[in-house]
Design a protein around this ligand. Structure first.
Ligand code: GAL
Length: 877
């Protein structure tokens, strides 16, 4: 019997090894990581590395494998993430590594996909994360001053950093253990604030570096934006451009830890976009000028679920205009163009790692070449035109090359152009946020395909009125104004400040006689205050330490002044965060009284932390029925401070799901007990958006903005794994009004894909090694997302078509067979490829450079659809 158990266990061990392809914890043959002046050295070899920034808690564990796979397919070698202290140690000494904070699982997924990992422990991370990643309890440690030579801070920081390194080591996740971690980071852009701390700042840098290295993690450490990083730490660059960056020692390689490929967004802000031609230009320039590690911040931005959004005032979405969008769908052509760029850089890798430095050749006043040569005639070159306006023809090693403005051509063999950063070959995808157009459950059995007529999330809502002011035993009264965070400890966004004043007959007469109104003045306030007098909301103000002046009306006798102070994400950047509180500063005064101003700062104030609904956990699925909810009729939509709940069905299919809150005001929402985030329908300024976005010239976050005059965010991601097919509990806390009856549930999908490519474009990069590469023709590639196939060809023209995916039109020259050929090759398939050449379409206009433009629809795939890619026509390949 015992023997049989043993055999069974042995069999199980073999089965597990086969299933997971490896013994747990070993993702690679153990390897060493070091570096020299040129690059990271992995297992004895220099490497040119592309890294994809993905922050694990900004997605669900269910989304991680797909995000990692899409990063790998896009050409990443490395995944980079911060470590989020506030999530891992919500209560001092109580660690959390579960769910979205299952860091070990995330690192293992990266390892099992064959990618490396750059772990930025911080533990200050900035990252538009609440309080920059610090747990809020940290500010309560006596005598603490953050991020300087301060004993209490250093003790806490060291404990946490050590904890993370220990966990990673115990799980065998470092490279020398066969794990994916090749590099770490301590601190984050400390150089920006170091000056505020004088000598102590300098001492802190030394201490942090020594402490980190003393943990003996066995892989290199990075400090970003740290010009005084010690000899044994790599100092790295962050920014929109990092070509020309020089580390503080010629023994260190040139690393770019944050390439900002988009930007974050404020409530009431416009949506920034960084054009991919400029992004590719920045990346190509970086490797051209000696860089060897570059990370996209972010490759996937994701969502600030719960109250993790930093601040003040940052929105719930952290889409960042990244190559993979907030929902995990590809942003095209961004993702595809970068994929091509990465393939081109990889073709140069042998030359880039062989050469100690580049040979520089000036090609023109604003044009230059960098040539990398190894032995055995290995040679790769980058030709740059940094002129923002002109296309320039340059001569390089005896041949002519045409360089579009603000672009880099990559020549992996110093002869043939494999890629130019300004010429996009990748497809464009247009996404729609739509109602579920799947047949409803009842219609599924019948032959009729009925579309949902009412796309609303529900026509049946329940409500619970949040009390105005004091609601529970936890309140207390004392004289004076307390700082908001000292009271709430960030357990809630909300804090009530309540006081009572007496208004005499004379005051009322004085106001009537002189036709004046008294005012409430708060010297300084952040982030938001709602002012209630005797239970009535009379005004609100928002801002970052702004003065508030609000006209008020009092009755004769006692009046309750009730201030609801709200935080909207805690400050995540800057020195002295521990002192950076919220609520009110200075004096609170009532003006316009008969005997002059009344200073109520030092009056007795009653404090109540949070909302009754939060305390009752109205959002939880457990015991939800037992709470005091009542039915809401659609003719009496209550406004101020109200809870709503309903149940809704999930849309069919696998497309990402969003809730459309455009009918609401401000508040928070939960689905099946998961906090999906704050919502707010603040509108972006009307001006400041450009009709067209010109990629040329240096990017900043004010360039290429969209969404002017519209609410900054109306769609809120509900990850599929948080949903059941039906009866999903949606609970909302609404502060100002809005109409829950108009909330709808929608899905996000790619419904249109386009390709546009000229005959003189380069052939597919994967054919580079083919002996006839330079005789090959370019190929348009179209692909629908998983679960979709190409439905119909809406437009196709081989000739001189005009316009873009939003609107193509036929030009003077047009091959009449274009649509038929495209339909034939593409319809009914997940993806298709077609050569851009006369051999496919015939020649509609000799001696003219022709372009193929295609626009196709994607529709849910039928089970019979084929995913085979097809080339049409006579092929050289
Ligand atoms: C950097 C910082 C990142 C992030 C970024 C802006 O300065 O290191 O954490 O905040 O700015 O998205």
């Amino acid at each position: 019997m015992q023997n049989r158990t043993l055999i069974w266990l042995q069999w199980l061990a073999i089965a597990l090894t086969v299933t997971f392809g490896m013994v747990a914890g070993e993702y690679f043959k153990p390897f060493n990581v070091s570096y020299d002046h040129r690059a990271l050295i992995i297992d004895g070899q220099r490497r040119m590395l592309i890294s994809a920034g993905i922050h694990y808690p900004r997605a669900t564990p269910e989304m991680w494998p797909d995000l990692i796979a899409k990063s790998k397919e896009g050409g990443a070698d490395v995944v980079q993430t911060y470590v989020f202290w506030s999530g891992h140690e919500p209560v001092r000494g109580q660690y959390n590594f579960e769910g979205r904070y299952d860091l070990v699982k995330f690192v293992k997924l990266v390892g099992s996909s064959g990618l490396y990992l750059h772990l930025r422990i911080g533990p200050y991370v900035c990252a538009e994360w609440n309080f920059g990643g610090f747990p809020v309890w940290l500010r309560d440690i006596p005598g603490i001053v953050f991020r300087t030579d301060n004993a209490p801070f250093k003790e806490e920081m060291q404990r946490f950093v050590k904890k993370i390194v220990d966990v990673m080591r115990e799980e065998s996740l470092f490279s020398w253990q066969g794990g994916p971690i090749i590099m770490l980071q301590i601190e984050n852009e400390y150089g920006n604030i170091e000056g505020s701390f004088g000598q102590k700042g300098k001492d802190y840098v030394k201490w942090a570096a020594e402490m980190a290295v003393g943990l003996e993690a066995g892989v290199p450490w990075v400090m970003c934006k740290q010009t005084d990083a010690p000899e044994y730490i790599i100092d790295a660059c962050n920014g929109y451009y990092c070509d020309g960056f020089k580390p503080n020692s010629n023994k260190k390689p040139i690393f770019w830890t944050e390439n900002w490929d988009g930007w974050y967004t404020n409530w009431g802000g416009r949506l920034p976009h960084r054009p991919v031609e400029d992004l590719a230009f920045a990346v190509a320039r970086f490797y051209q000028r000696g860089g060897s590690f570059q990370n996209y911040y972010m490759f996937f931005g994701g969502t600030n679920f719960g109250r993790t959004s930093g601040g003040p005032n940052l929105i719930t979405s952290y889409d960042y205009d990244a190559p993979i969008d907030e929902y995990g769908l590809l942003s095209q052509p961004k993702w595809g163009h970068l994929k091509d760029l990465h393939a081109a850089i990889k073709l140069c890798e042998p030359a880039l790692i062989a050469a100690e430095s580049a040979q520089y050749i000036k090609l023109g006043s604003m044009q230059e070449a960098h040539v990398y040569r190894g032995n055995k005639s290995i040679c790769s070159a980058f030709l740059a035109n940094i002129d923002e306006h002109k296309t320039i023809s340059v001569q390089f090693l005896g041949q002519y090359y045409t360089l579009p403005p603000w672009s880099v051509s990559i020549l992996p063999d110093c002869k043939n152009v494999a890629f130019n950063t300004a010429k996009i070959g990748a497809q464009t995808s247009i996404k729609v946020v739509d109602f579920d157009l799947e047949p409803t459950l009842s219609a599924k059995n019948s032959a009729l395909m009925i579309q949902k007529e009412v796309p609303l999330v529900s026509d049946s809502w329940m409500t619970f009125k949040e009390p105005i002011g004091v609601w529970g035993d936890g309140n207390f009264t004392l004289k004076g104004i307390l700082e908001h965070l000292n009271v709430t400890k960030d357990r809630s966004d909300y804090l009530w400040y309540i006081t009572r004043i007496y208004v005499s007959d004379e005051d009322v007469l004085h106001w009537e006689d002189n036709e004046i109104n008294p005012s409430l003045i708060i010297d300084s306030m952040r982030d938001l205050v709602r002012i209630f007098i005797n239970g009535e909301l009379i005004g609100s103000a928002r801002g970052d330490w702004v003065k508030v002046v609000q006209k008020v009306q009092f009755k004769q006798g006692y009046n309750d002044v009730m201030l609801l102070s709200e935080t909207v994400g805690l400050q995540n950047y800057g020195a002295f965060l521990e002192k950076d509180g919220a609520g009110f500063k200075g004096q609170i005064t009532l003006t316009g009284f008969k005997n002059g101003d009344v200073n109520i700062t030092h009056s007795p104030w009653t404090y109540q932390v949070g909302l009754k609904g939060e305390f009752l956990k109205l959002y939880a699925t457990k015991d939800n029925e037992s709470s005091s909810w009542i039915n809401l009729t659609d003719d009496e939509v209550p406004s101020t401070l109200t809870w709503y709940k309903t149940y809704f069905d999930s849309p069919g299919g696998k497309d990402p799901v969003v809730l459309d809150f455009s009918s609401m005001g401000k508040g928070q929402a939960w689905v099946n007990g998961h906090h999906i985030g704050r919502y707010w329908t603040l509108v972006a300024p009307k001006d400041g958006c450009q009709e067209t976005c010109d990629y040329r010239g240096a990017y900043d976050s004010d360039k290429c903005n969209t969404n002017c005059g519209k609410p900054t965010q109306i769609w809120y991601h509900v990850p599929r794994s948080w949903l059941k097919p039906s009866d999903n509990l949606l609970v909302m806390f609404e502060e100002t009004g809005g109409n829950p009856f108009e909330i709808s549930v929608k899905t996000v999908s790619v419904k249109t894909v386009c390709g546009q490519m000229s005959e003189d474009y380069y052939p597919p990069l994967e054919m580079w090694a083919h002996p006839n590469y330079n005789k090959m023709t370019p190929v348009v590639h179209l692909q629908c997302e998983d679960g979709y196939e190409i439905g119909s060809i809406e437009f196709a023209s081989y000739g001189t078509p005009q316009g873009s995916c939003q609107g193509f039109s036929i030009g003077n020259c047009h091959a009449t067979n274009s649509s038929d050929i495209l339909s034939n090759v593409c319809e009914g398939r997940k993806s298709c490829e077609i050569e851009v050449s006369n051999s496919v379409f015939g020649d509609p206009c000799p001696r003219t450079v022709k372009t193929l433009a295609v626009k196709a629809t994607c529709k849910p795939s039928s089970s019979s659809s084929s995913s085979t890619q097809r080339y049409a026509g006579v092929s050289d390949i």
